[in-house]
Design a protein around this ligand. Structure first.
Ligand code: AP5
Length: 195
């Protein structure tokens, strides 16, 4: 199985690159942000709880997102592999993901971190906010809060995978297709090692 953690701050390009990776590798895309927005759209109790936190740029509780991922792994038993996008976002989530995968005799192949500076992230998200209607893209204050949450709670997840020798960072600034090629080059080295 090919299980990729696509990592990076808000606006780094995780969703954009995931779409291309799905097409090339036939993986299942698990984006906790998309799953939470789905719950909000459906008006579920979970969605109502998450909306307030997401709109202000705060992470939702670990238990909620771990439960969602666990359900999705169970529902996709025959998958060739998964792209985890926006998950894990805390060390507790990373530990839980390892346990969930071990219970399915699987593991994370590696993490690819997209490196993008804060000014570029802000520009990208403000630009997207104009057309997407995502409340958490709407103003610079919330965007800065999301970046702060990333630096405080999510950045340490990189060390979790560095300690397992599963971490690679690439430049996330530049042409989308060039970044995609860099990601594919990293995955090719994993596949070569696995064979
Ligand atoms: P989530 O939906 O995961 O948002 P995010 O991490 O903030 O990521 P984005 O979707 O904003 O950015 P992205 O990296 O996917 O970039 P994209 O490709 O879209 O999370 C939202 C909220 O949900 C969180 O704040 C939290 O409250 C909650 N949440 C989610 N998961 C959670 C978890 N595990 N635990 C707890 N809470 C959780 O690109 C962004 C823009 O840039 C687009 O307009 C795109 O076209 C453009 N772009 C992409 N690549 C390039 C490029 N190379 N050059 C120029 N522009 C580019």
């Amino acid at each position: 199985m090919l299980n990729l953690v696509l990592f990076g701050p808000p606006g780094a390009g995780k969703g954009t690159q995931s779409q291309k990776l799905i097409e090339k590798f036939g993986l299942i895309h698990l984006s906790t942000g998309d799953l939470l927005r789905g719950e909000i759209f459906e008006g579920t109790a979970l969605g109502l709880e998450a909306k307030k936190l997401m709109d202000e740029g705060t992470l939702v509780p670990d238990k909620v997102v771990i439960g969602m991922i666990s359900n999705k792994l169970d529902a996709n038993k025959d998958a060739k592999g998964f792209i985890f996008d926006g998950f894990p976002r805390t060390v507790a989530q990373a530990e839980a993901l390892d346990e969930l995968l071990i219970s399915k005799s699987s593991s994370i192949s590696g993490m690819i971190a997209l490196e993008v500076n804060d000014a570029e992230l802000e520009n990208r998200l403000l630009l997207r906010g104009k057309s997407s209607g995502r409340p958490d893209d709407a103003n610079p204050e919330v965007i800065r809060k999301r970046i702060k949450e990333y630096n405080n709670k999510t950045a340490p997840v990189a060390d979790f995978y560095k300690n397992q020798n599963k971490y690679t960072s690439i430049n996330g600034i530049g042409e989308v297709n060039e970044i995609f090629t860099s990601i594919c080059d990293v995955i090719a080295t994993w596949l070569k090692k696995a064979n």
